[in-house]
Design a protein around this ligand. Sequence first.
Ligand code: PRX
Length: 632
Amino acid sequence: MSQKIQTLSGYFHEYQKSIHQPEQFWSRIANSFHWKKPWDKVLSWDFKGPDIKWFENAKLNLTENIFERHLFTHSEKTAIIWEPNDPNEAERKISYRELFELTCQFSNALEAEGVQKGDRVIIYMPMIPEAAIAMLACARIGAVHSVVFAGFSSNALADRIEDCKAKMVLTSDGNFRGAKDIEVKAVVDQALESTNCVEKVIVCKRTETPVDMKAGRDLWWHEVIEGKATSHTAAILDAEDLLFILYTSGSTGKPKGVVHTTAGYMVYTHYSFTNVFQYEQNDVYWCTADVGWITGHSYIVYGPLLAGATTVMFEGVPTYPNPGRFWEIVDKYKVNQFYTAPTAIRALQAYGLEPLEGYSLDSLKVIGSVGEPINEEAWHWYHDHIGKGKCPLVDTWWQTETGGIMISPLAGITPNKPAHASLPLPGVQPIIVDTDGNELKGNNVEGNLCIKYPWPSMLRTTYGDHKRCKETYFSTYPGLYFTGDGAKRDHDGYLRILGRVDDVINVSGHRMGTAEVENAINEHPKVIESAVVGYPHDIKGQGIYAYVICDMEGRTEEGLIEEIKDTVRKIIGPIAKPDEVQIVPGLPKTRSGKIMRRILRKVASNDISNLGDTSTLLNPEVVDQIIEGAKH
Ligand code: PRX
């Protein structure tokens, strides 16, 4: 498919076309897919509702665009290279034909177990090929998958199961991660104690950890696929049928289920994958994310497979059994495009250059970054030592809600500028606004990042609560999609993302709502009130700092701090565990009772030289006490 931009002038040309004639632009891109019925209208939209439809009334099946469309040209090509956690265990290479058959077989199994079009299926699995097969099988039969990162606690899992009223959970016995064997099925069992919508659980064997199998509910993956046909007639779906729900944290309340639909997501993930990474047909591409996050959905599974790429899926962690593991894998499979998060780069940078010794990394053509702002030091280390100064570095800005990469250099085409996501992809119309929503035109401006026109893979709603979608994304600046990020357009017109401007913190590239962490802390019986903020962290980008008012009776401070951390780990998962907990006598509040987070952020960042005006506080004396406490 010749959707690939080849030159910088080609990019500007395509961009202009995509802005001035968006419908013609996207219909040309979409024409190369396989449709059961063409669309009546490319786009109808209204950001007030919001109400967004792409490729209206078209009929298709996304998996046919991965498999049937390509079977005659690359059925024997490797689709997935799976690298296990333990380097001594054999890898798996799955061809497109095999992946097709495995997907069909599991589609038949899901249908035999009663899953129908529109049913929600939770996938709580480690990074094994079956996780991708599960997603594809859902897409094949028209079930809506919702992948939950297998590091989330049973509580967090139960919330998600309950919110989408899942009928089935797909899981595994356990999960090998680094030196640890993590329980998986046991977490599902616990989550299901507090929910009653799930009818069946299918368990894939990975670790041979003994698990309880509840009669009538729990089934083994290898048993349900036994004897099932390896062909399956794909369900014919509407362009706007739900493809998946993915839960993500916001600044208020519980995580919300971001909804993505079939056709627009398909078109955009394929288009963005091909162009940003400049993928060529014999390349080996590797994204180190987990399928539990949007990066794994769009750029391990859907985008690469739609493009007929060979995609590497890695079960383990960057530092196991040693901090050279990523580079060993790059050399082993001769990876051409490598896509990871700044937090991984910073963690590996901390080991120095020794772990790189013995690895050539010669195969690399493109390196990428995603999930959080990449600081210049990490950018240069990555560019110089991994990309050897010759690989373009694509700093890709996007979100769970955007479905695909929105602002990024196109590898080798857009000139690189450290720490700049640079320019929007064709079809993406970002603008910077001031706090009143006025557009800041021209260069050398800084403000809040919004998008003013729809793109095919944008979220359509938040599951079961359309009002929340409207309030979160479309109400701050009426008529615009608000990203929650701050951004700057520099003197060359290049965009630099400055990070979140709301109460969301980005810990190791994972989004955490401060309210969500506070709610978890407040579950501890000794906690009276808490306030959580982010602070700069060398490796994680941001760390979690919790100020907590407690009833200390019968507890030591140290003991209580550990108990509080443990409470968060149990309620949300290890990724949300606060790095710092400070027990405080009070929290700085305005006269209307609002916590002054600005002050708490400054104290947590050890930036107390200019705290601003504290005289309007209800309890100004508490600020000094907090500063004093922070010193310890
Ligand atoms: O703050 C931005 C940051 O990650 C947020 C989105 O998080 P999530 O939905 O979990 O998706 C992460 C993977 C796409 C954004 O609002 N972010 C993501 N990419 C970048 C980034 N910040 C700066 N530069 C990036 N390249």
